[in-house]
Design a protein around this ligand. Structure first.
Ligand code: 9MR
Ligand code: 9MR
Length: 592
């Protein structure tokens, strides 16, 4: 059962009244990773508005103090204008379940210290994708109380006027079943699927052994593939159907004309369309299909022909993009020309130079053909941008770094520059974090907080893990961990931003099934967008301050929606840290 925070608070107050021994109550002011800590890793909580003094690490009943420390110096949280102090209990390394107690303030949510403490988060986050599956019922055996009937079979999808061609005139019916719902809505967008699948495949390429053991109890769990790949295949098979076989072009999205109401998938029966092909869709598709071909190659026996067909799909999408290098998805312009008007997510991007780099690099690494590498300018400027749905250049850098010595001589010659750029990105992200109020990499500047800010936190974590892999320098892992701490509670709102995790998770995500299923608890394992002072939804947020502009209400699609492209880097970050927990000073190695 998920305990509602307010209920827990009043319950604790009530108990305190009933049992005068404990006059202390749950202190909202203590911000801590509500899941927990690795034994040897840094362990920090942040306390808002506390005076100097001692803090105590105790058993949850407050009966036994296991560690006593001094609160750190006062620090000013520049985005939320608050004074904070840290409670640093890194020196305590024993396993168990604990709370922090600060006399006069109260006690924190309880958390664990143990090896493998984030495994459940990684698993829940990957399972989150299962709950997003279209075109299938979710049976009780796999979905528990969130089981639901099939929605969106998507085997009668209409070719929209914007996508009409000689071979597929307007109104042609095609089948494009499966795939994941993008987010709180039920549409399927190629661009956003690109970075999402790319991130999950990268987790597999970076940490195959961990992924092999990552069991999420899905219908395919008993087959020979890791669950992560089975899950990815659910979306990949849909994605393949988004390519027009006659020319290699890829439709930008499969969508309703307008968003569904807050209903269950099975009740959403509006006509579905594939709309306009775009260069961004073709290139993201080409990148992911090339990577999929590489990953699935070793499962040729289980999936005969799939790796080959992915590569063919990739090269024909690449050829289409080269022939149509500037076909952008501009929804307003499209609606002036075609009927019905389309008002769902746009994922519009007017600069596809980064998509060209990503696709070229994935094709190069998979085929070892230098011509792909030569076709783009890898270092087109001095930037190494943090990945997002509209900016995928650095995904190409990750892939090149991953294959380093296996690249052809042409790619190998750029490795030193690549490495220094990726380390510079990590250093730049981490710079100053130890001096900031929350001591997380996330929150360096207000620019971290846009729509889907939690994806920035997770993607920063991924970038830091990449830096660790390249350098072996343990500081990068510890920086990456600060952002997992951020997502799980050490932040200015005190929320653990993953549904069903920690003591204070979101209760009302903008997520149609969670809202419409009649189950009190939201679908678990889903990362919400997080603080976003843009507040494009116009809802009434409890705070408008940059890192506190978060509203745990269904209304708030700009801060409280879930989305696959935020979910994937969370799976990556939690999974990577679980894999690396015995390295880089995160935990002692397990006894042999
Ligand atoms: O539910 C939609 C969500 O998935 C999108 O991210 C968001 C922004 O495009 O729009 C949501 O739909 C809202 C629509 O834009 C305006 N009317 C209310 C809709 C549901 O709350
Ligand atoms: O994540 C997207 C964000 O970067 C955009 O600013 C926003 C408005 O266009 O759309 C977000 O993506 C939404 C998509 O358009 C529709 N499905 C829900 C996505 C998450 O809110």
């Amino acid at each position: 059962m998920v305990i509602n925070f307010k209920a827990a608070f009043w319950l604790s107050v009530f108990l305190a009244c009933a049992q005068p021994v404990s006059a202390q109550h749950l202190a909202e002011a203590i911000r801590v990773n509500q899941v927990g800590f690795y034994p040897a890793a840094p362990k920090v909580a942040v306390v808002v508005g506390a005076a100097a003094g001692k803090f105590y690490l105790t058993t949850p009943d407050l009966a036994t103090t296991v560690f006593t420390g001094e609160l750190g110096p006062q620090r000013y949280a520049e985005l939320s204008f608050q004074q904070t102090r840290t409670a640093d209990f890194s020196d305590f390394k024993a396993a168990g379940t604990f709370v922090l107690w600060i006399p006069g303030l109260g006690f924190s949510h309880q958390f664990q210290i143990r090896p493998g403490v984030h495994d459940a988060v990684a698993r829940a986050a990957l399972k989150g994708f299962y709950y997003q599956r279209a075109s299938t019922p979710l049976p009780l055996a796999y979905a528990g109380i969130w089981s639901r009937p099939l929605g969106h079979s998507d085997n009668q999808v209409l070719v929209h006027a914007s996508a009409a061609s000689a071979q597929r005139p307007v109104g042609t019916v095609i089948a494009a079943p499966r795939g994941w719902y993008d987010a709180g809505d039920y549409n399927k967008y190629v661009v956003n699927s690109g970075i999402t699948l790319g991130t999950l495949f990268s987790l597999y390429e970076d940490f195959p052994a961990y992924c092999a053991g990552l069991d999420t109890r899905i219908p395919e769990s008993s087959n020979a593939l890791p669950d992560l790949l089975d899950e990815a295949l659910w979306n990949l098979r849909w994605l393949k159907a988004m390519q027009d076989p006659s020319d290699g072009g890829v439709y930008h999205k499969l969508t309703n004309a307008s968003f569904d109401g807050m209903v269950m998938p099975a009740e959403a029966r509006a006509p579905r369309y594939v709309v306009q092909k775009s260069t961004a869709a073709a290139l993201d598709f080409a990148a992911v299909m090339a990577q999929a071909s590489r990953v699935l190659r070793k499962f040729d026996r289980q999936l005969p022909g799939l790796a080959d067909s992915c590569l063919r799909a990739s090269t024909s999408a690449w050829a289409w993009a080269r022939a149509h290098p500037a076909v952008y998805y501009e929804q307003d312009a499209l609606n002036k020309q075609f009927q019905p008007a389309i008002s769902t997510g746009a994922y519009g991007d007017g600069d596809v130079s980064d998509e060209f780099i990503w696709a070229a690099v994935e094709l190069y690494v998979t085929t070892k053909q230098d011509s792909y590498y030569r076709s783009v300018k890898l270092f087109q400027d001095a930037q190494t941008p943090l990945p997002s749905w509209g900016q995928v250049r650095t995904l190409a850098y990750y892939t090149l770094a991953r294959f380093g010595p296996e690249l052809t001589a042409l790619g190998r010659k750029d490795l030193p520059q690549l490495k220094s750029r990726l380390l510079a990105l990590a250093d730049n992200l981490a710079q100053g974090s130890a001096m900031r109020a929350y001591q997380t990499v996330m929150g360096k500047s207000a620019a971290d907080y846009n729509w889907g800010s939690n994806a920035n936190a997770a993607n920063q974590g991924v970038a830091l893990v990449q830096a660790y892999r390249l350098s072996g320098d343990r500081k990068y892992l510890q920086f990456a961990l600060t952002n997992l701490d951020y997502l799980l509670g050490r932040n200015a709102t005190g929320y653990c931003y993953v549904t069903g995790c920690g003591a204070q998770p979101p209760q009302h995500p903008h997520h149609r099934p969670s809202e419409a299923d009649g189950v009190r608890e939201p679908v678990p394992g889903l990362l919400v967008g997080g603080p976003n002072p843009g507040r494009q939804d116009g809802c009434h947020y409890p705070s408008t301050l940059v890192d506190m502009a978060y509203d745990d209400e269904v209304c708030s699609y700009a801060s409280n929606e879930i989305a696959i492209n935020w979910q994937a880097p969370l799976v990556y970050l939690a999974g990577a840290l679980e894999t690396l927990q015995t390295q880089g000073g995160l935990s002692p190695a397990p006894k042999k």
